[in-house]
Each structure stands twice: as C-alpha cells, then as structure tokens.
Write a protein that binds this ligand. Structure first.
Ligand code: PEP
Ligand code: MG
Length: 574
C-alpha cells in the first residue's frame, strides 16, 4: 500500500492495531429541566480532561523535552478558552442539547476553519482541536482511553491516526514504526515520528480494513510503502534493504563533524540549516550544521493578536545568536503575505496573493514594522554572527530603501550607545526571476545572495507551488531554473561575493552534485538533510561535480538531466 513517507527507515515487525471504540452521539434535544445536569456533566468532563492532560504533559516533558510537551500546554489552553467553552455551554442551554452533541457542533466549526487555511502547518492543527474534543467526548460518554503506555513487546503501530496524547503516552521502547491512514508530511504523527526517529508512513488510505493484529508488516518510511503479510521474495529483499539502510545511517553519523568538501579536497562548501524558531537550533547543531542559512521569522508574528515588539524579537534573535556560538545566522526579515496571513494586519484580499503586497514590499510600505525588526536584529548582533536577508526583492531600489532604514537604525543605536556588529553582512533572497536575471546589478547593493528556489521555481515556470493539479510541472531541474541559478552564482563570484541556497532544492540529494558543480557556496536545508547532502558532496571530486554541472546545463530537459544523474550515480558507485 502506498502512503506518504513521513519518517525514514525500514522496519519489519508485527502489527498492533489500535482499536477504535464506536462512539454514538445522541442528537435528540433533552428536556428543559435536564439542562442544568448536562451543564454539570460538561464541567466534570472538563475537569477530568484537564487532569489527564496535565499528567500527559508532565510525562512528555520528562521524556521528550519541554518543547515537545508544549503541545499539551496548548491543549490545556483550549480547555481554558472561555470563548470556545462559552459557545458550547450556550448551545447546551439555548438549544437543550446534550453536552457531547453541543461540543461536536462547535468543534466542527473550528476544525473546518483550520482545515480551510492555506498554510499546511495551520491546517494540520485541526487535528489538535479534534484530539481535545475526542478526549472530552470520551469523558462525557465514559469510554475508556486507549493507551500505548502498556505495550509489552516490540510492535508496528497501525492506526487511523495517532493523536499527540497517543504518542506522548506510548512506551517508546516497544514501538518499531507507525503506519496510519490519516495525515500528511506535516501532520502531528509525522513530526513526532521524525523527532523520535521512528520510521513512519502516514496517509495510507484503506489500511485498517486490510490489516489484523499480529500480521507481519513491512514499513518502508523512505519510500512511503507498507507491505502486509509480504511474500518470501519481498521479505528477503527488505531484509537486505534494511541492512543497507543501517549501514548508510551509520556512515551518516560518522560524517557529523567532517567538513563538506569534495573527496579531493579541492572544493569546500558550507552546509547550514533552515529554522523557524530558536528551539530548532538544537537539531541543527546535532546534525552538524555550520550555521543557520535561513531563520524564517514569520513564526514570531503568527498565532497572536498584535505585532511582536522590539524586545520580544531581540530575545529570540539573541537566543539564536548565542546558541549558534559565533556560527553565522541569516535572519530573514518578515516574509508575510502569499499563503501566510496575519489577521491583525488588515491585509487586502488579492486576486494573486503570491504576486501581491507581501514580504519586502509590505515592509517598505509599513516601514515601522521593518524598522522595529532591524533594530531587534542589530541589537542581537552583538551576541554572535548575525546576517540580514530581505525576501522577495525584485529590483535594486528596494534594497537601497531597506538599507537606508538599516543605516538610520545603526545611527540611532550609535547615538544611544548600544553595541552592534559593525561588519554584519546584508543579503537578499533571489526568488523572483527578474532578480536572478539582473543579479549582476543587485550584487552591487549586497554582501551575498541566497536563492529561494521554492518561489523561484513557481515564478519561473508559472506553476503555483500549492496546487497539486499542476505539481507535475514543478521541476527544480528545469533548464530555465538551472540557468538562473548559474547566472546568480556567477554574478556573485565575479563581484568577489558569495551565493547560498535556502529553498528545498538545496537539501535535495539528486540536485546536490549539480549545485556543487555550479559553484554554490552555501547549502541551507532542514537539519536532517545535512548529513545526506554531505555524503553526496564527499563522494565526488571537484572535477566530477563540475562536469556533471556542465552536462546538466547542456541538457534539453529535466528528464534528460535526471537520466544523466542516474548514469553518473551508477558509474560512481562502480
Ligand atoms: C523559498 O522561496 O525558496 C524560501 C526559502 O522561502 P519560503 O519557502 O519561506 O517562501
Ligand atoms: Mg520564498
């Protein structure tokens, strides 16, 4: 069965199917004199849910760390949210509904709101609301909670979906892998599985109908495949694949502290991480990141009622600067708009939000937002090696305007006697084709470029990066994309400056030989990809990489490039 590869690794084991108790919710109104008792029942279920969640949160904190336990803090907050609870109580009262029915109606409205959000991450948060609601419903109906706490032997967990509470309670020694029917790459199960390093396949439609407790299953978290009661040949093949994968992982571990250089030591590059919050620094360092190539600051501005102030931002930027201990950290100024909206900013409804009032455009319009952020970054720059990067730049004038504000910020700090890094580098994201084409002009205004391929690809090929109907056109190896990438790197080198890449393409092992050969100086990616890309780079000579890049540039299509990469890979393996 095919699902989504959520967490890498290969496991062969016995299925442990999570049972689902049927839940019947009575939709008939109750008599008016019962309403008081129903409200009381709801309050009791609430108290019970809170104490259950507190226990789970404390266990999670001990076993998985404070940041992973935070999700239960969020669940507890939902149970204290007077607007949410008020809506439920109101429904019980005014419509004489049973507590569980009133709850499901209110939760359905919230869930739908989250599911309609464009942001993948926020969309998946609907699952958290559902988790809290399930807990309340079960408490209201006296249905026992299933628990993974008392597993006694090693098993593969098969479930419709795993809730945060399931994973927090589970006895991890006994869980070899997960396979679930629901979820995508950013679902809770997937995120947890990756952070616990448990192989997982999610979104495997129809799985539960096919599998029985005790069945032999293979979970291939690399390819997103699940095999039920496999035949002897498949089993043999997977036993071998499992051994090979174990060797591969061992090799990756050994690479952690080695430089990202070609095997003839003729070319060295920097492998750095993309992060969204200061907490991600730990994972970056554990995977051998030499710095942070993209700190997406939007998260500081999201999920709140007003803009974050200068001091709050300063604390976050300083934390990253200090944690990275002098390694370079590129902070991207606010990149809001497109799929990322801020409810408190009064953003216009747009026909084409990805081509609209966003990122540096919005920041130059609402100057005070940029000024506050730049001040916070400059103040934090005294505590490490920070760099500033402007997103969505399309012409030199935008850089000059942003830099003029930066100059004013520095002058203010000087006047106030506040220290900052006077050598701080300033760069831009090259993610609009126009910027890539005039890279020779833009490099005069900055110290470095970082190529944002996620957007550069969508604009170059005119293919919406969120639209699954045309995702087949979204091709990082399109010759147009490669030519733009080459143009950007060459322009920076001619000016004695450097170019990095922080779009997903930088972490793609297939693209790595080409990017290396084109002369990319810095590769920024999710932390777990760092060892994988490092292995590719250390497996090539500088001449080999350059030759691959030349051949790729001469190719007529992405398919031809992919064929070429396959042949190269095979010839290098022999
Ligand atoms: C990009 O566009 O490649 C990028 C890194 O930025 P984001 O994905 O945040 O738009
Ligand atoms: Mg972008």
């Amino acid at each position: 069965m095919k699902g989504v590869a959520a967490s890498p690794g290969i496991v062969i084991g016995q299925a442990h199917v999570l049972k689902e108790y049927p839940i019947h919710i009575d939709q008939q109104p109750i008599a008016a004199e019962q309403v008081e008792a129903e409200l009381q029942k709801f309050e009791e279920a609430l108290v019970k849910a809170k104490s259950q969640l507190e226990i789970i949160r404390d266990k999670a904190k001990k076993e998985m760390g404070a940041d992973k336990a935070e999700i239960f803090g969020a669940h507890l907050m939902m149970l204290e949210d007077e607007v949410f609870l008020g809506e439920i109580r109101e429904k019980i009262k005014s419509e004489s509904l049973r507590a569980e029915y009133a709850l499901t109606l209110v939760v359905a409205a919230y869930t739908e709101m989250f599911q309609n959000m464009e942001d993948e991450y926020l969309k998946e948060r609907a699952a958290d609301i559902q988790d809290v609601s399930d807990r309340l419903v079960k408490n209201l109906l006296n249905i026992p909670m299933q628990s993974l706490a008392d597993l006694a032997e090693e098993v593969v967990i098969i479930a419709r979906d795993l809730t945060p509470s399931d994973t927090a309670q589970m006895n991890k020694e006994c869980v070899m892998a997960f396979a679930t029917e629901m979820g995508g790459r950013t679902s809770h199960t997937a995120i947890m599985a990756r952070s616990l390093e448990i192989p997982a396949v999610v979104g495997c439609v129809g799985l539960l109908a096919e599998v029985q407790n005790g069945d032999l299953v293979i979970v291939d978290g690399n390819k997103g495949l699940v095999f039920l009661n496999p035949d002897q040949d498949t089993l043999e093949q997977y036993r071998k694949a499992q051994e090979e994968y174990a060797r591969y992982i061992q090799e990756l571990k050994e690479l952690k502290d080695l430089p990202a250089e070609t095997n003839d030591q003729a070319r060295r590059v920097e492998l750095v991480a993309n992060i969204g919050t200061p907490k991600d620094c730990a994972g970056a360092l554990a995977n051998g990141a030499e710095g942070i190539g993209l700190y997406r600051t939007e998260f500081l501005y999201m999920d709140r009622a007003a803009l974050p102030g200068e001091d709050e931002q300063f604390v976050a930027y300083k934390a990253v600067a200090e944690e990275m201990k002098g390694r370079p950290v590129i902070i991207r100024t606010l990149d809001i708009g497109g799929d990322k909206k801020l409810p408190y900013l009064d953003m216009p409804e747009e026909m084409n939000p990805f081509l609209g009032w966003r990122a540096i455009r919005m920041c130059l319009d609402r100057e005070e937002i940029l000024r506050t952020q730049l001040r916070a970054i400059m103040r934090a720059s005294a505590y490490g090696t920070l760099r500033i990067m402007y997103p969505m730049v399309s012409n030199a004038d935008e850089i000059r305007k942003a830099n003029a504000i930066l100059a004013e910020v520095k002058a203010d700090l000087d006047r106030e006697g506040i220290p900052y890094d006077r050598n701080l580098q300033v760069g831009i994201m090259v993610e609009i084709p126009a910027a890539a084409v005039i890279a020779d002009l833009l490099i005069k205004e900055v110290d470095f470029f970082s190529i944002g391929t996620n957007d550069l690809i969508q604009y170059t090929i005119a293919v919406d990066r969120m639209n699954e109907h045309i995702s087949y056109l979204y091709e990082p190896l399109h010759p147009a994309v490669l030519r733009l990438v080459k143009n950007v790197i060459d322009a920076s080198h001619r000016a004695g400056k450097w170019t990095g890449m922080c779009g997903e393409m930088a972490g793609d092992v297939a693209a790595a030989p080409i990017l290396l050969g084109l002369g990319l100086d810095e590769f920024s990616m999710s932390a777990v990809s760092i060892p994988r890309v490092k292995k590719v780079i250390r497996g090539l000579t500088w001449a080999e990489a350059q030759e691959i890049a030349q051949k790729a540039l001469a190719a007529e299509s992405a398919e031809e490039i992919r064929r070429l990469l396959k042949t190269e890979e095979e010839s290098l393996a022999n």
